[in-house]
Ligand binder design. Structure first.
Ligand SMILES: CC(C)(COP(=O)(O)OP(=O)(O)OC[C@H]1O[C@@H](n2cnc3c(N)ncnc32)[C@H](O)[C@@H]1OP(=O)(O)O)[C@@H](O)C(=O)NCCC(=O)NCCS
Length: 223
Protein backbone atom coordinates (compact mmCIF):
# COMPACT_ATOMS: atom_id res chain seq x y z
CA UNK A 1 0.00 0.00 0.00
CA UNK A 2 1.38 3.39 -0.89
CA UNK A 3 1.83 6.16 1.62
CA UNK A 4 2.00 9.80 0.66
CA UNK A 5 2.29 13.11 2.43
CA UNK A 6 -0.35 15.36 0.93
CA UNK A 7 1.76 18.36 1.89
CA UNK A 8 4.86 17.15 0.09
CA UNK A 9 2.80 16.04 -2.85
CA UNK A 10 -0.34 18.17 -2.87
CA UNK A 11 -3.24 17.50 -5.21
CA UNK A 12 -2.43 20.21 -7.69
CA UNK A 13 -4.46 23.37 -8.23
CA UNK A 14 -4.18 23.19 -12.01
CA UNK A 15 -6.44 21.31 -14.37
CA UNK A 16 -5.27 19.04 -17.18
CA UNK A 17 -5.66 22.04 -19.50
CA UNK A 18 -2.89 23.78 -17.54
CA UNK A 19 -5.28 26.53 -16.36
CA UNK A 20 -5.18 27.56 -12.72
CA UNK A 21 -8.32 26.64 -10.81
CA UNK A 22 -10.15 28.88 -8.33
CA UNK A 23 -9.45 28.32 -4.66
CA UNK A 24 -11.87 25.82 -3.19
CA UNK A 25 -12.97 26.44 0.40
CA UNK A 26 -14.16 23.33 2.17
CA UNK A 27 -16.40 23.80 5.20
CA UNK A 28 -17.46 21.35 7.88
CA UNK A 29 -21.21 20.81 7.65
CA UNK A 30 -23.50 20.60 10.67
CA UNK A 31 -27.14 20.03 11.67
CA UNK A 32 -28.18 23.34 10.15
CA UNK A 33 -26.93 22.17 6.72
CA UNK A 34 -29.08 19.03 6.52
CA UNK A 35 -31.79 20.67 4.40
CA UNK A 36 -29.23 21.94 1.91
CA UNK A 37 -27.57 18.53 1.82
CA UNK A 38 -30.88 16.90 0.89
CA UNK A 39 -31.31 19.52 -1.84
CA UNK A 40 -27.82 18.81 -3.17
CA UNK A 41 -28.35 15.03 -3.33
CA UNK A 42 -31.84 15.33 -4.82
CA UNK A 43 -30.34 17.57 -7.51
CA UNK A 44 -28.05 14.72 -8.63
CA UNK A 45 -29.14 12.88 -11.76
CA UNK A 46 -29.94 9.16 -11.53
CA UNK A 47 -26.59 8.21 -13.07
CA UNK A 48 -24.76 10.27 -10.44
CA UNK A 49 -26.83 8.83 -7.60
CA UNK A 50 -25.85 5.40 -8.85
CA UNK A 51 -22.16 6.37 -8.74
CA UNK A 52 -22.46 8.03 -5.34
CA UNK A 53 -24.65 5.50 -3.49
CA UNK A 54 -24.14 2.35 -5.56
CA UNK A 55 -27.87 2.43 -6.40
CA UNK A 56 -30.32 4.99 -7.79
CA UNK A 57 -31.53 6.04 -4.36
CA UNK A 58 -35.11 7.47 -4.45
CA UNK A 59 -35.66 10.96 -2.95
CA UNK A 60 -37.23 9.57 0.21
CA UNK A 61 -34.22 7.36 0.93
CA UNK A 62 -31.85 10.22 0.15
CA UNK A 63 -33.66 12.18 2.86
CA UNK A 64 -33.41 9.23 5.28
CA UNK A 65 -29.70 8.92 4.55
CA UNK A 66 -29.10 12.60 5.32
CA UNK A 67 -31.26 12.51 8.45
CA UNK A 68 -29.35 9.50 9.75
CA UNK A 69 -25.92 11.10 9.46
CA UNK A 70 -24.47 11.34 12.97
CA UNK A 71 -22.45 14.55 13.05
CA UNK A 72 -21.08 13.56 16.46
CA UNK A 73 -19.36 10.52 14.87
CA UNK A 74 -18.81 11.35 11.20
CA UNK A 75 -17.44 14.37 9.41
CA UNK A 76 -19.30 15.96 6.54
CA UNK A 77 -17.63 18.55 4.37
CA UNK A 78 -19.23 20.85 1.85
CA UNK A 79 -18.49 23.54 -0.69
CA UNK A 80 -20.77 26.54 -1.17
CA UNK A 81 -20.72 28.46 -4.44
CA UNK A 82 -20.92 32.26 -4.82
CA UNK A 83 -24.72 32.13 -4.63
CA UNK A 84 -24.53 30.32 -1.26
CA UNK A 85 -25.69 27.09 -2.87
CA UNK A 86 -24.23 23.84 -1.56
CA UNK A 87 -22.60 22.34 -4.66
CA UNK A 88 -20.59 19.49 -3.14
CA UNK A 89 -20.75 17.14 -0.17
CA UNK A 90 -18.09 14.76 1.13
CA UNK A 91 -19.09 12.31 3.86
CA UNK A 92 -16.30 10.80 5.94
CA UNK A 93 -17.87 7.94 7.89
CA UNK A 94 -15.97 6.39 10.78
CA UNK A 95 -16.50 2.82 11.92
CA UNK A 96 -14.72 0.48 14.34
CA UNK A 97 -12.19 -1.73 12.56
CA UNK A 98 -13.62 -5.18 11.87
CA UNK A 99 -11.99 -8.48 10.82
CA UNK A 100 -12.07 -7.59 7.12
CA UNK A 101 -9.98 -4.45 7.75
CA UNK A 102 -7.44 -5.96 10.17
CA UNK A 103 -4.95 -6.56 7.34
CA UNK A 104 -5.21 -2.91 6.29
CA UNK A 105 -4.78 -1.08 9.59
CA UNK A 106 -3.98 -1.61 13.25
CA UNK A 107 -5.86 1.50 14.33
CA UNK A 108 -9.18 1.22 16.19
CA UNK A 109 -11.19 3.03 13.53
CA UNK A 110 -11.42 3.08 9.77
CA UNK A 111 -12.79 5.86 7.61
CA UNK A 112 -14.80 5.59 4.41
CA UNK A 113 -15.23 8.53 2.08
CA UNK A 114 -18.10 9.26 -0.31
CA UNK A 115 -18.37 12.41 -2.39
CA UNK A 116 -20.57 14.17 -4.91
CA UNK A 117 -20.24 17.44 -6.80
CA UNK A 118 -23.14 19.10 -8.65
CA UNK A 119 -22.72 18.97 -12.42
CA UNK A 120 -22.49 22.76 -12.66
CA UNK A 121 -19.41 22.77 -10.40
CA UNK A 122 -17.41 19.87 -11.81
CA UNK A 123 -13.90 19.99 -13.20
CA UNK A 124 -12.86 22.81 -10.85
CA UNK A 125 -10.92 20.66 -8.42
CA UNK A 126 -13.74 20.49 -5.83
CA UNK A 127 -13.91 16.68 -5.66
CA UNK A 128 -10.12 16.49 -5.24
CA UNK A 129 -10.10 19.18 -2.57
CA UNK A 130 -12.83 17.44 -0.58
CA UNK A 131 -10.80 14.25 -0.76
CA UNK A 132 -7.68 16.08 0.38
CA UNK A 133 -9.56 17.63 3.32
CA UNK A 134 -10.94 14.22 4.35
CA UNK A 135 -7.42 12.77 4.26
CA UNK A 136 -6.03 15.55 6.47
CA UNK A 137 -8.88 15.12 8.92
CA UNK A 138 -8.15 11.38 9.17
CA UNK A 139 -4.46 12.09 9.74
CA UNK A 140 -5.22 14.54 12.51
CA UNK A 141 -7.59 12.10 14.21
CA UNK A 142 -5.41 9.01 14.44
CA UNK A 143 -6.88 7.22 11.44
CA UNK A 144 -4.17 6.00 9.08
CA UNK A 145 -6.24 4.52 6.26
CA UNK A 146 -8.77 6.26 4.06
CA UNK A 147 -11.06 3.86 2.25
CA UNK A 148 -13.31 4.43 -0.74
CA UNK A 149 -15.69 2.11 -2.53
CA UNK A 150 -16.93 2.88 -6.02
CA UNK A 151 -17.77 1.40 -9.39
CA UNK A 152 -14.63 0.74 -11.42
CA UNK A 153 -16.39 2.32 -14.41
CA UNK A 154 -16.28 5.63 -12.50
CA UNK A 155 -13.38 7.07 -14.49
CA UNK A 156 -13.33 10.47 -12.78
CA UNK A 157 -13.20 8.97 -9.29
CA UNK A 158 -10.62 6.41 -10.38
CA UNK A 159 -8.53 9.28 -11.73
CA UNK A 160 -8.79 11.19 -8.42
CA UNK A 161 -7.93 8.03 -6.47
CA UNK A 162 -4.86 7.28 -8.61
CA UNK A 163 -3.74 10.91 -8.48
CA UNK A 164 -3.87 10.76 -4.66
CA UNK A 165 -1.74 7.59 -4.67
CA UNK A 166 -4.51 5.20 -3.58
CA UNK A 167 -4.06 1.50 -3.92
CA UNK A 168 -7.00 0.18 -5.92
CA UNK A 169 -8.46 -3.37 -5.92
CA UNK A 170 -11.00 -4.09 -8.64
CA UNK A 171 -13.52 -6.90 -8.38
CA UNK A 172 -16.66 -7.63 -10.49
CA UNK A 173 -17.01 -4.05 -11.72
CA UNK A 174 -16.48 -2.52 -8.29
CA UNK A 175 -13.36 -1.00 -6.81
CA UNK A 176 -12.01 -0.65 -3.29
CA UNK A 177 -9.38 2.02 -2.91
CA UNK A 178 -7.15 2.64 0.10
CA UNK A 179 -4.86 5.50 0.96
CA UNK A 180 -2.30 5.01 3.70
CA UNK A 181 -1.76 8.26 5.56
CA UNK A 182 1.17 9.63 7.48
CA UNK A 183 0.71 10.48 11.17
CA UNK A 184 -0.38 13.98 12.15
CA UNK A 185 2.22 16.70 12.54
CA UNK A 186 2.01 20.40 13.46
CA UNK A 187 1.74 21.34 9.75
CA UNK A 188 -1.22 19.02 9.14
CA UNK A 189 -2.96 20.35 12.27
CA UNK A 190 -2.37 23.94 11.23
CA UNK A 191 -3.47 23.29 7.66
CA UNK A 192 -6.82 21.84 8.73
CA UNK A 193 -7.44 24.64 11.23
CA UNK A 194 -6.64 27.31 8.63
CA UNK A 195 -8.73 25.63 5.93
CA UNK A 196 -11.72 25.61 8.27
CA UNK A 197 -11.20 29.21 9.38
CA UNK A 198 -11.03 30.53 5.82
CA UNK A 199 -14.09 28.48 4.86
CA UNK A 200 -16.01 29.72 7.92
CA UNK A 201 -15.20 33.32 7.06
CA UNK A 202 -16.28 32.77 3.47
CA UNK A 203 -19.49 31.02 4.65
CA UNK A 204 -20.37 33.89 6.99
CA UNK A 205 -19.80 36.51 4.29
CA UNK A 206 -21.95 34.62 1.78
CA UNK A 207 -24.71 34.02 4.37
CA UNK A 208 -24.76 37.73 5.33
CA UNK A 209 -24.74 38.80 1.69
CA UNK A 210 -27.74 36.59 1.06
CA UNK A 211 -29.64 37.97 4.05
CA UNK A 212 -28.85 41.54 2.90
CA UNK A 213 -30.05 40.74 -0.64
CA UNK A 214 -33.33 39.33 0.72
CA UNK A 215 -33.90 42.45 2.83
CA UNK A 216 -33.13 44.67 -0.14
CA UNK A 217 -35.61 42.76 -2.30
CA UNK A 218 -38.30 43.12 0.38
CA UNK A 219 -37.64 46.82 0.88
CA UNK A 220 -37.77 47.53 -2.84
CA UNK A 221 -40.84 45.31 -3.26
CA UNK A 222 -39.12 42.88 -5.61
CA UNK A 223 -40.42 39.90 -3.63
C1 LIG B 1 -16.42 12.19 -9.03
C2 LIG B 1 -16.73 13.66 -8.76
C3 LIG B 1 -16.95 13.82 -7.25
C4 LIG B 1 -15.56 14.52 -9.21
O1 LIG B 1 -15.79 15.86 -8.86
P1 LIG B 1 -15.01 17.08 -9.57
O2 LIG B 1 -15.15 18.26 -8.69
O3 LIG B 1 -15.44 17.23 -10.97
O4 LIG B 1 -13.51 16.54 -9.52
P2 LIG B 1 -12.17 17.37 -9.78
O5 LIG B 1 -12.50 18.59 -10.58
O6 LIG B 1 -11.48 17.56 -8.48
O7 LIG B 1 -11.29 16.34 -10.58
C5 LIG B 1 -11.74 15.69 -11.68
C6 LIG B 1 -10.52 15.06 -12.33
O8 LIG B 1 -10.96 13.95 -13.10
C7 LIG B 1 -10.58 14.15 -14.45
N1 LIG B 1 -11.60 13.54 -15.26
C8 LIG B 1 -12.82 14.03 -15.58
N2 LIG B 1 -13.47 13.15 -16.36
C9 LIG B 1 -12.64 12.09 -16.54
C10 LIG B 1 -12.72 10.87 -17.25
N3 LIG B 1 -13.84 10.54 -17.94
N4 LIG B 1 -11.67 10.02 -17.21
C11 LIG B 1 -10.55 10.31 -16.50
N5 LIG B 1 -10.40 11.47 -15.81
C12 LIG B 1 -11.45 12.35 -15.83
C13 LIG B 1 -10.47 15.66 -14.59
O9 LIG B 1 -9.66 16.01 -15.69
C14 LIG B 1 -9.82 16.02 -13.28
O10 LIG B 1 -8.46 15.66 -13.30
P3 LIG B 1 -7.27 16.69 -12.90
O11 LIG B 1 -7.61 17.23 -11.54
O12 LIG B 1 -6.05 15.83 -12.90
O13 LIG B 1 -7.27 17.75 -13.95
C15 LIG B 1 -18.01 14.11 -9.53
O14 LIG B 1 -17.82 13.83 -10.88
C16 LIG B 1 -19.30 13.46 -9.03
O15 LIG B 1 -19.95 13.98 -8.15
N6 LIG B 1 -19.70 12.31 -9.64
C17 LIG B 1 -20.92 11.63 -9.25
C18 LIG B 1 -20.80 10.96 -7.88
C19 LIG B 1 -19.56 10.10 -7.79
O16 LIG B 1 -19.10 9.50 -8.74
N7 LIG B 1 -19.01 9.99 -6.55
C20 LIG B 1 -17.84 9.18 -6.30
C21 LIG B 1 -18.19 7.87 -5.70
S1 LIG B 1 -18.09 7.95 -3.94
Amino acid sequence: MSSIDLFQNPLRRWGKDGKRRPTVLVKELRERDRRRMVKHFIGLEDSDRLLRFGTVLPDEQVENYVNRIAFSRDMVFGVYNRMFKLVAVGHLAFAPRDESKSAITEKDRVAEFGVSVSRSARGLGIGSKLFERAAIHCRNNDVDTLYMHCLSSNKTMMHIAKKAGMEIHRDYGEADAYLKLLPANPASMLQEALDEQFATLDYTLKANKRIAAKWFDRLTGRK
